[in-house]
Design a binder for this molecule. Structure first.
Ligand SMILES: Nc1ncnc2c1ncn2[C@@H]1O[C@H](COP(=O)(O)OP(=O)(O)OP(=O)(O)O)[C@@H](O)[C@H]1O
Ligand SMILES: [Mg+2]
Length: 239
């Protein structure tokens, strides 16, 4: 790739003595949607934490817009335009939808890329109808939408989504997928972590498969879809 927005090169990282990521390399181009799929415990969340700077690699480099961010803390990577929407959809349950968004607009990136509250509410119909409701009154799908909306008003240019469809009813999964497409239409780059390979295959330009902290496969969705061995061996998908 000539000019990736994000690149990880031979990254080793983990928790204390426990190594999780092993010589992990991946690249994402501007405006791409890339999926990182793998089973439970494969190292997907650890990869996202390492990109954001919650974990510092023991060796290897993480580069964002040609700058080495391997040793930079999360507060600074967020300021530079990276946002993580974690598995647990961190929102403020006691605050209203509007307050959640207003707070997110105060923090976030220096990118100049921030969407206004009105723009974001235009994208998320179900949030627009509930601006004065508390975060805790939202359904799981709506909380997921709010977590993504917070990244947008914060001006994120690269959004890391950690299993955004996990535990959601099928029709809400479709809504979340539509939102990911809309993000991409707005030029936002997306790294999508999924256990559900079908969501990755449908949304992503390219896919990486991770197993025991190592990238074991990289390919377009058409290529991965046709590779039954990889699907079966690493993702437990059988036909
Ligand atoms: N805080 C932690 N301290 C020690 N080990 C951890 C910690 N968090 C995760 N691990 C270990 O790191 C490995 C990778 O975990 P990670 O959360 O990255 O996997 P994952 O692919 O996101 O899995 P899941 O699909 O269940 O979310 C696992 O073996 C896990 O037990
Ligand atoms: Mg995880």
């Amino acid at each position: 790739m000539t000019n990736p927005v994000l690149s990880l090169e031979n990254v080793n990282a983990g928790y204390g003595e426990t190594q999780v990521l092993r010589n992990l390399s991946l690249e994402i181009g501007a405006g791409e949607v890339v999926s990182l799929v793998g089973r439970n415990g494969a190292g997907k969340t650890t990869t996202l934490r390492t990109i954001l700077g919650i974990i510092t690699p023991t060796s290897g480099t993480v580069a964002y817009r040609d700058e080495d961010i391997s040793a930079i803390e999360a507060t600074e990577t967020v300021r530079r335009g990276i946002a993580l929407v974690p598995e647990e959809r961190r929102i403020f349950p006691e605050l209203t939808v509007r307050e959640n968004l207003e707070l997110a607009a105060l923090g976030g990136a220096d990118s100049g890329n921030a969407l206004s509250l009105e723009e974001v509410l235009g994208m998320f119909e179900n949030l627009a109808e509930r601006t004065e409701n508390s975060g805790s009154s939202l359904s799981g799908g709506e909380q997921q939408m709010l977590a993504i909306a917070r990244a947008l008003v914060g001006g994120a240019e690269l959004i890391l989504l950690d299993e955004p469809t996990e535990g959601l009813a099928p029709f809400i999964v479709q809504d979340v997928m539509d939102i990911v497409r809309q993000l991409n239409d707005r030029g936002i780059t997306v790294l999508l972590v999924e256990q559900n390979v079908h969501v990755g295959l449908e949304l992503a330009d390219r896919n990486y498969v991770i197993n025991q902290g190592e990238i074991v496969y990289e390919g377009t969705s058409a290529e991965l879809e046709a590779d039954e061995d990889i699907l079966e061996q690493y993702l437990g998908v059988t036909n």
